[in-house]
Design a protein around this ligand. Structure first.
Ligand SMILES: [Zn+2]
Length: 504
């Protein structure tokens, strides 16, 4: 039995979640955690709200509101939307003034200091006197010095590199639109260049990452030290104020993500009265940390966090990022400000979480950008999903509870089902994990089942129970309901799913 800490990159609490968010790390992490539980592994699934994020501070300035009041409001909205979508977190930490969070940031900061990898220096930072804001992130935009696309000065949304402020072109204030002046500040950076060979070995040792991330890692780890080393503080900017050994610092939230996950499991252990749980997970060599994130967060998760973990003795350093590209809506980027979005909360008033999860999993932009078209979704919902599920339930009604036995499969059918079982197992592994491939496999299996039912094949009793267990991570509500109602022996099916299992 393996241990997994599964994490989701923290949402900025400056709005609710739209389908673009759900189709990426949120649904993938939830499905991954459920799949691991089907396979009887121990799992904790955590996330937190990024209350100190610069974009939250910017919205607060624009709306003349208190930034933390705003963060708290949206953190609760996000939490309730996740519940509505059956994304079942063990814990969703609210980071504002959270003592576990601050302590964890200090832990990873001190670890890096002890390793001799935090360096102080004077640097030039962008400032707008007119707007009285520093352009560390949300308050300025310019041209990324790596890829030439428009970006903030923190993480390029396009190439996912961390731009170098002094080398960015046309850095302008988001409010006045005027060029920002560069002013000197005493800052600290993390010497990531010192972790280069550690990180290369790390990724050779662990399960494979997605192709686009592998390419990214090769390129970023080949950068010169000046481009790889990374500032971790924002003097006079927005972030987490931390006193370390009597010195006040403002650490930014990108440094603090690992701390957020760490703090979330600690708070979870505390509130559920399982004091040993946090240590049992983080300080076990058996634990794998699987981070789900959008590709734009690759720098912090794939470069910084494994480095930070390596400084803290006695902790697991098996940390694997699973990145996704982005979902478009009718061919255009989701945009909150231009109101080009479908809010998860709203569409879930119309369709079930099961149906939405199934479809979003299929179009999840795992390796490349994918597209959500409303017309296609509703067509699939009416003509495939509802029809198949109705037929499946009508079929089950003809048999008494307890009469669904996985061992009843005739040989021919068993061979056919094993093909689906092997695919499901393959795409459930961390190396090959894909909610899109899992959902497409299930859709194919469901088509085989509905055809069998129409042909009055009683052998479908076997296929149906296997389907319900395999589909539980994708559509948990319906699966759980039918498994219970018809007294399907879930453990027996799981044993059968695991039988003769080999990674292809
Ligand atoms: Zn770029």
């Amino acid at each position: 039995m393996a241990k997994y800490i599964v994490t989701i990159a923290p949402p900025s609490p400056n709005g609710d979640l739209h389908l673009g968010h759900i189709s990426g790390p949120f649904l993938a992490a939830d499905v991954f955690a459920r799949v691991r539980r089907v396979r009887k592994d121990e799992v904790i699934l955590v996330c937190y709200s990024d209350d100190y994020q610069d974009y939250v501070a910017r919205m607060a300035v624009q709306q003349h509101r208190d930034k933390f009041e705003l963060a708290t409001h949206f953190a609760h909205r996000i939490e309730s939307t996740l519940k509505k979508c059956d994304i079942e977190l063990d814990w969703f930490l609210k980071s504002y003034q959270n003592r576990y969070y601050k302590e964890a940031i200090a832990l990873f900061y001190r670890g890096a200091v002890a390793a001799g990898q935090i360096v102080a220096t004077e640097a030039q930072v962008p400032y707008s006197e007119e707007d009285e804001e520093y352009g560390y992130e949300a308050f300025a935009r310019g041209i990324c010095n790596f890829c030439g696309e428009e970006s903030d000065a923190s993480q390029c949304e396009d190439c996912a590199y961390a731009p170098v402020m002094e080398e960015m072109g046309e850095l302008r204030s988001i409010f006045s639109k005027k060029p920002m002046e560069m002013v000197p500040k005493q800052r600290e950076f993390l010497r990531l260049s010192a972790y280069r060979s550690y990180l290369r070995e790390h990724y050779e040792r662990l399960p494979a990452v997605r192709e686009h991330l592998e390419t990214y890692l090769k390129e970023v780890l080949a950068l010169e030290a000046t481009y790889l080393d990374w500032f971790i503080d924002r003097p006079d900017g927005h972030g987490i104020d931390l006193e370390v050994d009597g010195v006040e610092k403002t650490i930014h939230t990108w440094f603090s993500g690992l701390a957020g996950y760490y703090a979330a499991t600690e708070e979870f252990a505390h509130y559920t009265k399982q004091p040993e749980l946090h240590r049992a997970f983080w300080q076990s060599k058996e634990t794998t940390i699987v981070n789900f994130l959008g590709f734009d967060c690759a720098f912090s998760h794939a470069i910084v966090y494994p480095s930070l973990l390596s400084n803290v003795p006695g902790h697991t350093n098996r940390v694997i990022p699973i990145t996704n590209k982005f979902l478009k809506l009718e061919g255009k980027d989701f945009s909150t400000s231009r109101r080009h979005a479908i809010w998860a909360d709203e569409i879930l008033d119309e369709v079930s979480a099961d149906a939405l999860r199934f479809y979003l999993a299929m179009v999840s932009p795992e390796e490349a950008v994918d597209n959500f078209e409303q017309e296609k979704f509703y067509h699939w919902h009416e003509n495939f999903y509802k029809t198949s599920m109705d037929l499946l339930q009508q079929f089950m009604q003809d048999y008494p509870p307890g009469s669904f036995n996985i061992d009843l499969a005739p040989d021919g059918l068993r061979t056919e089902l094993e093909r689906f079982k092997d695919k499901w197992n393959f795409f459930s592994e961390t190396d090959n994990f894909s909610i899109s491939k899992i959902a497409i496999t299930l859709q194919e299996l469901l088509s085989v089942i509905t055809r069998g039912i129409r042909e009055q094949d009683a052998g479908m009793r076997v296929a149906v129970q296997m389907y319900l267990v395999m589909a539980q991570p994708i559509h948990p509500a319906l699966s759980d309901q039918l498994i219970e109602r018809y007294q399907i022996d879930r453990d027996r099916v799981i044993d059968w799913l695991s039988l003769n299992y080999e990674v292809a």
